[in-house]
Design a protein around this ligand. Structure first.
Ligand code: DQA
Length: 144
């Protein structure tokens, strides 16, 4: 099974940005954690991060036909991007939305998610572990 893990804007700043909200661990730490978890499960994990909406759309489109599941934390684009929603709908690959922080208990604008409409589940507020839970969810669904 091949899973694509996509992170959107400012997630490359993990460890530096608002550590009280997102923790002190870096994006590289996150990638290492996901890679180790996927390897343990025999899953092929591809990791991608971009600060640019169009690049995120391109990456989702490129998954068509060769990726079995998508884990996506679109960062701030979660709350604004119909383009990312449409890309996920276009490829129709099972996708799980992940947020490190608990977006539902933060500002009102963070409680709106466009991508959620194209996702089979949302995991929010579980820190880095949320990505691992999303990988597990997609892998269980793939096996059944
Ligand atoms: C985030 C939550 C978003 O509201 C924010 O813009 C982010 C990160 C999270 O992982 O908690 O960049 O997606």
């Amino acid at each position: 099974m091949k899973i694509l893990i996509i992170n959107g804007p400012n997630l490359n700043m993990l460890g530096i940005r608002e550590p009280d909200i997102y923790g002190k661990n870096t994006y590289d730490d996150l990638c290492a954690l996901i890679r180790a978890h996927a390897a343990e499960k025999g899953i092929d994990a591809e990791l991608y991060q971009s600060n640019h909406e169009g690049d995120l759309v391109d990456k989702i489109q490129s998954a068509y036909g060769n990726i079995d599941g998508i884990v996506i934390n679109p960062g701030a684009y979660t709350h604004t991007s119909v383009a990312i929603l449409d890309a996920l709908k276009a490829v129709a690959i099972p996708a799980v939305e992940v947020h490190i922080s608990d977006v539902d208990s933060r500002e009102e604008f963070r409680q709106i998610s466009y991508v959620r409409l194209a996702c089979i589940a949302t995991i929010s507020g579980h820190g880095f572990d949320g990505y691992l839970e999303a990988v597990d969810l997609l892998s269980e669904r793939h096996e059944s």
